[in-house]
Design a protein around this ligand. Structure first.
Ligand SMILES: [Zn+2]
Ligand SMILES: [Zn+2]
Length: 151
C-alpha cells in the first residue's frame, strides 16, 4: 500500500472526501443509470474500498437506484459523487466508485476499460484502444478494442 492520497468533493465544497492507496479500477461506464445520474454521455469512475475512504463536511445524500446500489450527491449543490454498495468481492467490502471529475486531480486516475459498451449513446465513442466490455469486466466478455467504426 502506498500513502498515495487523493482528495475531492462536490462543486460547492460542502462534501469532501479523501482516498488512500491505488484505485481498484478506473473505468468509463456507458450504462444508462450512470448516464442518467450524471446527465452525461459517459461517466468515468475510480473505485476505492471503504477502508481507504474518508468523508468530511456535510453528509452526502444517497439515492438508492436499485436494491443495494447507492448514488450519492451533495444536498446543497447536487453534484453527483458516487456509485456505492457492497462489492461482489468480500475483501473489498463496501465499495465507492467516485465520479472522476469530483477529484481535485483527476489527471492521475487513468481509465483502463469501458463497461456496458452496448448501452452507450449510439453517437458516442472515444478514439482509444481500451477494451470494451458487454457489462462489468469481471462478469462479461470483451467485445472489442477501440471504437466501433461499423456504423
Ligand atoms: Zn456541494
Ligand atoms: Zn454505470
Amino acid at each position: 500500500m502506498t500513502d498515495n492520497k487523493l482528495a475531492g468533493g462536490c462543486m460547492c465544497g460542502a462534501v469532501r472526501y479523501e482516498t488512500t492507496g491505488e484505485a481498484l479500477d478506473v473505468i468509463h461506464c456507458h450504462c444508462a443509470s450512470c448516464r442518467k445520474h450524471n446527465g452525461a454521455p459517459v461517466v468515468t469512475l475510480a473505485g476505492f474500498a471503504d477502508a481507504n475512504v474518508t468523508f468530511s463536511g456535510d453528509d452526502r445524500k444517497l439515492y438508492e437506484s436499485s436494491p443495494g446500489v447507492g448514488r450519492a450527491f451533495c444536498g446543497k449543490c447536487g453534484t453527483p459523487l458516487t456509485w456505492e454498495g457492497n462489492a461482489d468481492d468480500a475483501e473489498i467490502g463496501y465499495l465507492f466508485e467516485f465520479h472522476i471529475s469530483t477529484f481535485d486531480t483527476p489527471d492521475v486516475l487513468v481509465p483502463t476499460m469501458h463497461s456496458f459498451y452496448p448501452e452507450r449513446i449510439a453517437w458516442f465513442d472515444i478514439a482509444d484502444d481500451l477494451p470494451r466490455y458487454e457489462e462489468f469486466s469481471g462478469a462479461s466478455p470483451i467485445l472489442r478494442h477501440g471504437p466501433d467504426t461499423s456504423t
